[in-house]
Design a protein around this ligand. Sequence first.
Ligand code: HEC
Ligand code: HEC
Length: 305
Amino acid sequence: MKKVLKGIGFVFGSLIGLIILLALGLYMKSRLEFSHTYNVNVESASIPTDATSIDHGKHLATILCMECHSQDLGGDTNWMALGALGGVKAPNLTNGKYGIAGQLSNTDLVRILRHGVKPDGTSVFVMPANDFYHLSDSDLGDLIAYLRSVPSVDRGDDKPDVQMTFIGNVMYGAGVFGNLLRASTIDQTNRPATPQPGISIEYGKYLVNINGCHDCHGVQLSGGKSGDPQSPPAPNLTPGGDLKNWSEADFLKTLRTGSTPSGDLLEPRFMPWPWKGQMTDDELKAIWMYLHSLPPLPTTTSSTG
Ligand code: HEC
Ligand code: HEC
């Protein structure tokens, strides 16, 4: 009997030992990925100074940046609070107290936005540089021009942007959230072609790319899930899903009001329609044209990171 108990104790002890070893391994894997540095060639950007370009930069910041960095770009220290896993803050992008604008050159901004690489060479976490990678030279220039002109906001704290706990790192190492270190997912050696603005399938595709519809709705837009564990699945946007029965007007209304033709109200915390819905009619029509040109795919729900 004693022998059997001893045996059970041994198995149990080994099991706990194994679990601890596995957790430590996953923790170290996560830390290694976070500290990996990237060497990228950064193009010099030409930054316009005229009011029309700055205005257009504000439009881009509204649809692309404010959902996380706040309407005044003063950041959000509580942007993603994941309890025992830790938290992530969206830093203050202005020149005010705790703001980072003063520490970043225009080249730094191009490196962060297009390549997902911070001044210390490591990757941004969560921040969708994999989408901004698609920004044309002129859109990127306008965006940076606006960032340089935005009024200072005094808000924030001294804590690091990413505050992951041991458990958070173990889960990240296990791949629970997908790959959110964006620099590793960007093709750093090629620049994508950029189409002329207009109501066209090509420009619609460009807008879908810079807006990151793929990040949640899936690589093929046939349905997916964002890295946010609390988010519901993002529906199929190809004509294989609900959108096959929508009109262009239904699509515009859904993005502007969050209310779908079937009467569902889209949760703004998970589907950023209050920001995406501020695109112009022409921009939304181009997106609609592109979505409608896609092959009708069956709905998928896999995580897309
Ligand atoms: C989905 C949320 C999200 C969106 C959208 C977003 N950001 Fe961020 N941003 C973050 C987070 C989170 C960080 C902190 C990332 C880190 O430190 O790894 C960050 C960091 C930054 C940084 C600082 C990087 C550094 O050196 O530490 C800059 C600059 C920035 N964002 C600019 C922008 C601009 C400009 C846009 C719009 C074109 C934008 N962000 C859109 C979440 C977002
Ligand atoms: C951060 C993740 C995220 C991004 C980015 C995103 N969506 Fe969504 N979207 C969702 C989620 C989640 C839902 C479902 C929300 C709900 O059920 O409350 C949704 C719902 C929708 C719906 C309603 C579909 C239906 O069948 O009812 C449309 C249309 C839509 N998104 C279009 C877009 C377009 C176009 C873009 C890019 C401009 C985009 N979304 C970007 C997460 C996202």
